[in-house]
Design a protein around this ligand. Structure first.
Ligand code: SF4
Length: 516
């Protein structure tokens, strides 16, 4: 029976978290390559190409797939026969070991990861600076080994988690199909849905999260056919969600999800708890096995297995000089236009917006002049080596909706860049002020950061990654997602692709009926 040393757990966790920060799981990248090959929607295909190209760049450059390097979640199965180091500096609790592994991984000098965790979540929300603590679930199992499944879960996808207590006779598929469109695209599809069924409310949520640790195998499942009712349900939900036409980044298309994972557990006769947690384009998980013989190391994947996709800007993309931006130029952009941004832009996200709006309400002057400027909703990773900024993809724009009317009405701001759709309040303010909202691809942060040629801190340094910077960009690719009339590609795109998919299904059904 092996003795599990604290250092072995710490080193294994630290190594695995570095590994998953820049290597997508092979099953995800191959499934996304398949989706790219089949995708017919030009906008969705372009977004998938950016995610695939970004993935290869990260694997080669050992830098994070996404600027949101996640909250660490650990599922630990501890063999009942495991013996632990219990004396000296090695005497630590399992939580302490995992948190030390997180600390080392996120502070790695060659690949510093973003510290995103805040303590006192209801009030002061102070960043813990080292991305601890992890969320750790422990289960005692037979045997004398330790199994650790680790994930680094992005906030954008975690925020779209849903829980419902259905009636026993209710359809799970109906609830999923009704609920997924309400989640918007802030979870950066294409990804996966993890579904937990049964137990109690909290058990269903844990099952949903744990199910996402499984590899993608929907194509293989469809090829061999369902062998259980759960497998049949996975296929049914997979097809029903993709028929919604949401598509990559919510732009409308054939692939919204690559797989559906389900775990279930017995429940009360009166209950049917169902939890659904999406996994995003930054799917990151690793599986470690420790038997007392030392740390578990993950082998580097074979980069030849990455699809041969090398994203380049569309020839139709229009260059924009941000240093000469005017309200008239912004008002001329149409939803769906592709732009390449050049020049200087400001940055800011949740905390900076809250502080600015509070300052305006108190009659104070802002530290930054937004007149005729564009703001990028971003919280970048710190730079390493010769980088001017680390991976710096967009964050979810809907969180800024409640500040948008004030920003457009009182600061001179005329355009915004973020991720996914805007909500009704944001769209109303954009149309009222003849502004525009542009979207960059979530999950392509390293690719986007290559367009950033200089970064200068302007204000709110105490907010860390949420401070206001001025970036100088060259050919940063964006799409006009809401134009000055209030037209949103996140409404028109999915509606169009849902219609096309339904038409094709109807044609297939007619052909089958004619042949019967
Ligand atoms: S891919 Fe999107 S949801 Fe996932 S971590 Fe990155 S920004 Fe967040």
């Amino acid at each position: 029976m092996g003795l599990i040393r604290s250092d072995d757990v710490i080193e294994s966790v630290a190594d695995a978290l570095q590994h998953i920060s820049y290597y997508h799981p092979i099953d995800y990248i191959e499934a996304l390559g398949q989706a790219y090959a089949l995708e017919e929607s030009p906008a969705a295909r372009d977004a998938i190409a950016q995610i695939l190209t970004n993935s290869r760049m990260c694997a080669e450059g050992h830098r994070p797939i996404c600027q949101d390097t996640g909250i660490v979640v650990a599922f630990v199965k501890v063999g009942m026969g495991v013996r632990w180091e219990t004396s000296g500096s090695g005497a630590m609790t399992l939580d302490q070991m995992i948190n030390e592994g997180v600390r080392r991984a996120y502070g790695h000098p060659d690949n510093r990861l973003r510290a995103s965790i805040v303590a006192d979540p209801a009030f002061s929300r102070v960043n813990t600076r080292d991305n601890t603590p992890a969320v750790t679930h422990v289960e005692m199992v037979p045997g004398d080994h330790l199994e650790i499944a680790l994930a680094a879960k992005g906030g954008g996808s975690e925020n779209k988690s849903k829980l419902v207590m259905l009636n026993p006779s209710d359809s799970i598929t109906d609830w999923v199909v009704k609920t997924v469109p309400l989640m918007g695209a802030g979870w950066c599809p294409p990804g996966m849905l993890g579904i937990g069924i049964g137990g109690t409310a909290e058990k269903a949520a844990v099952l949903a999260k744990e199910s996402l640790m499984q590899p993608i195998d929907m194509a293989a499942l469809k090829a061999r056919g369902a062998q259980s009712r759960i497998e049949a349900l996975r296929i049914e939900i997979h097809d029903a969600v993709n028929a919604l036409g949401i598509g990559a980044q919510g732009l409308g298309g054939l692939s919204t999800i690559l797989d559906v994972k389900i775990l279930d557990y017995p429940t009360h006769a009166a209950s049917k708890p169902v939890a659904m947690i999406p996994n995003c384009a930054a799917t990151r998980h690793a599986h470690l096995h420790l038997d007392g013989s030392g740390p578990a190391w993950l082998p580097a994947p074979d980069l030849a297995r990455w699809p041969k996709v090398d994203w380049k800007p569309s020839p139709e993309a229009v260059p924009v000089d941000l240093d000469r931006l005017t309200p008239e130029i912004v008002a001329g952009w149409k939803a769906g236009d592709r732009l390449l941004l050049n020049g200087r832009m400001l940055t800011g996200r949740d905390a900076a917006h809250k502080r600015m709006v509070d300052m305006l309400d108190r009659g104070e002057t802002l530290p930054v002049d937004f007149t005729n400027r564009l703001i990028y909703y971003v919280g970048p990773v710190d730079p390493v080596r010769d980088e001017v900024v680390g991976p710096a993809g967009p964050t979810t724009a809907t969180r800024m909706d409640k500040f948008t009317e004030t920003m457009l009405a009182r600061t001179g701001l005329i355009a915004m860049v973020g991720k996914a759709e805007r909500g009704p309040g944001g769209i109303e303010a954009i149309a009222k002020h003849k502004a525009a909202y542009l979207m960059a691809v979530g999950g392509a942060a390293y690719l986007v950061a290559r367009a950033i040629k200089a970064a200068r801190l302007l204000a709110f340094e105490d907010l860390g990654m949420e401070a206001i910077y001025e970036f100088e960009v060259k050919d940063m690719p964006v799409t006009v997602a809401v134009d000055s009339t209030g037209t949103s590609v996140h409404q028109t795109g999915p509606a169009e692709w849902a219609r096309r998919i339904a038409e094709r299904a109807g044609e297939r059904a007619s052909t089958a009926a004619a042949g019967a």
